[in-house]
Ligand binder design. Structure first.
Ligand code: GCW
Length: 638
């Protein structure tokens, strides 16, 4: 009898696969009657998930001019949520639910620091995801059938998209670009646009606007015009009509994201026009509808071919500053190269003064272990904000790490990066630690014996990754194309030099590192003071960026007293030891993870396997890099 009962209980306890993210897991069987007030998604969410007995009132004050800001007033008798917008109320509702989950409800006044808090999906129409490590795209185009003016979607797809919208809204994300910046012209076909409309209708109740990446050659590729020249009247008319068509379908459509004349994508340069000509043409079409253009500064290898790659964005865009329409925003990656484990900030943020700037961060871990390594990115993003003050940005975009894997992000701990991105986009003053603690408590357990050591692991994980991959400012020594493992000797004569690792470390018998100082490529001159002078000299350059800016002799004495070579070895060793330590902590915490809600064996095991893999990878990085650099440094193998 006892055995039977135990078996039944085990059947009931379905393995936690991570699909519920950080959100409350238990829905009320009967919607809560304690919640009253203005209708909408906030009311629905609280009815379903609020479990307290203190009555909650939702007040929508349309006269308030504070956008999505909200106030929660909590007294022992009543909790009042108020905002000027329905989405503000929704954010307040999620804040209340979060406090409920964390076990302490208090009064709050909150407002978002950035008005644009966007995810950028690099999802393709064929279901693949560029740099996606969590399965296929969540937009299942084939599960949407267009029938006349209607789109019929499978219930599973509809549910997944709503869950996705809900997760985003719970952390304040208010817009999504749903397709890859390497955009197919087909994205703007009538049929696909109808499907986009169906998606946007599911996102909208959660305060999320839809945006699209466009292919600049669409008038030619899709519209059959002989040119896509932005100054051609027919081309301009084509875009105008396309934009009008989009807004007829989606009156709250957000606008376009554009990658032009970069890595083979078409752009205004194909017609000897500038980026401003291209952006302004689109801006003119979008302006009557209130739409925006986010024009990417990730441009190299075109007009400034041959120049140090990290200088090219400033060379290209700085002369155009002041020529863009008001509804154009320049979107720039945090660093001047390409989402490396550590980069200095991009000097575009210093040099573009008259055009609004947005920062692009990469949540998907293309260069930080993909979905195999536990690397918590909040500390890296905070480092960026410490140089580029959030006040200088009007928005922030994160390249999504979301796919159709059950747990959304491949690695259970990669969910923390999605979460941290949203929380920082709302409030960049939150500390990495606060966010990690919060996420761990919501996602695993509130037990301090678990939260404390795992917070520490998360906080140490980014620096560990830098140490075992590319310490002291080394960069881009990844294997070609997939960018996963190490290849410090990588060189392919048929590839652009700026894709080859050897171009970036410049190792020789004298030293290692890329001289970007005033005696080298002069990239340091693109920075504002005090950074310009600081980065320019070996003696003042922060050691964690030394080899980014300087070619340094192997015998150079570091602050520790070690030679450069010895210091390099010490960092690689530290990185490996750190991952070993993370694994040991995770093993020790097994009983706590498992007892959290009795069904967490699966998540524990999946993280365990990935940590073992990370350990092996960290060793591989150390071996491969030190073996490669050793002969240059004139050292004998051990
Ligand atoms: O990081 C590089 C990636 C490309 C990506 C490109 C970009 C979408 O390797 O896959 O393309 O940057 O940001 O445009």
């Amino acid at each position: 009898m006892l055995l039977l009962v135990t078996c039944q209980l085990m059947l009931v306890a379905v393995a936690n696969d991570g699909s519920s993210l950080w959100l409350p897991r238990e829905r009320n069987i009967q919607p809560s009657t304690f919640v009253k007030g203005s209708k909408g998604m906030a009311l629905e969410e609280l009815r379903n998930y609020y479990r307290g007995e203190v009555p909650v009132r939702l007040k929508l004050n349309r006269k308030a001019r504070s956008g999505d800001a909200y106030i929660i007033t909590a007294t022992p008798e009543r909790i009042t949520l108020s905002s000027g917008t329905p989405s503000g109320l929704l954010y307040a509702a999620y804040d209340l639910l979060r406090m409920q989950q964390l076990g302490e409800v208090h009064s709050v006044e909150s407002h978002p620091r950035f008005s644009l808090r966007l995810l950028n999906h690099w999802d393709n129409l064929d279901g693949s995801v560029e740099r996606g490590y969590a399965g296929k795209s969540i937009w299942k185009w084939e599960q949407m059938q267009v029938s006349g003016k209607k789109v019929i979607m499978t219930p599973a797809l509809r549910q997944r998209i709503c869950d996705y919208a809900r997760a985003n809204a719970s952390i304040g994300i208010n817009g999504v670009v749903i397709n890859n910046v390497n955009a197919s012209p087909k994205m703007l076909s009538a049929e696909v646009l109808q499907k986009v409309q169906a998606i946007s209708q599911l996102l909208e109740p959660y305060g999320i606007r839809t945006y699209l990446s466009i292919n600049f050659a669409s008038p030619k590729a899709l519209g059959g015009l002989p040119t896509a020249d932005p100054l051609d009247p027919q081309v301009r008319l084509w875009w105008q009509q396309k934009v009008d068509e989009i807004y007829r379908l989606m009156p709250r459509f957000g606008g376009f994201l554009v990658k032009a004349n970069s890595e083979g994508q078409p752009g205004p340069g194909d017609y000897h026009r500038t980026h401003a000509d291209g952006a302004n043409m689109l801006a003119d079409a979008l302006q009557p509808h209130g739409g925006i253009v986010m024009w990417r500064c990730f441009v190299y290898g075109a007009n400034h071919k041959g120049e140090d790659r990290v200088k090219q964005a400033v060379s290209e865009f700085q002369p155009l500053d002041g020529q863009f329409r008001q509804n154009v925003i320049l979107q720039t990656k945090n660093g001047p190269l390409d989402f490396q484990p550590r980069e200095p900030y991009s000097p575009v943020f210093d040099q573009i003064k008259q055009t609004p700037n947005m920062a692009e961060l990469q949540i998907t871990q293309e260069y930080t272990g993909q979905s195999r390594h536990l690397v918590y990115l909040a500390p890296m993003w905070k480092e960026f904000f410490s140089h580029v003050h959030p006040m200088r940005l009007c928005g922030i975009a994160g390249v999504a790490n979301i796919g159709d894997d059950a747990n959304w992000c491949g690695h259970h701990f990669s969910q923390a990066n999605w979460y941290a991105f949203g929380r920082l986009a709302w409030n960049p003053d939150l500390s990495s630690e606060e966010i990690a603690r919060e996420w761990l408590q919501l996602t695993f357990t509130k037990d301090e014996a678990f939260v404390r050591p795992m917070t520490e692991v998360m906080l140490a994980s980014h620096e560990a990754c830098v140490d075992y991959m590319m310490p002291l400012g080394l960069h881009h020594i990844f294997q070609f194309d997939h960018h996963y493992g190490p290849d410090p000797g990588g060189f392919k004569p048929d590839y652009p030099l700026e894709w080859c690792p050897v171009y970036y470390h410049q190792a020789d018998s004298l030293g290692v590192g890329f001289d970007r100082s005033s005696t080298g490529s002069g990239a340091t001159a693109q920075y504002r003071e005090p950074y310009r002078s600081m980065y320019d000299k070996v003696s003042t350059c922060p050691e964690n960026l030394l080899l980014w800016f300087h070619h340094v002799p192997w015998s150079h004495r570091m602050k520790s007293g070690l030679t450069l070579w010895e210091e390099l070895c010490a960092h690689y060793n530290r990185g490996v030891n750190e991952v070993d330590r993370f694994h040991a902590v995770w093993q020790e915490l097994r009983p706590l993870v498992l007892s959290a809600d009795g069904n967490d064996a699966r998540r524990w095991q999946e993280v365990e396997e990935r940590l073992r893999h990370q350990q092996a990878n960290a060793r591989e990085w150390r071996r491969s890099c030190l073996d490669y650099f050793r002969p240059f440094a004139g050292e004998q193998s051990e």
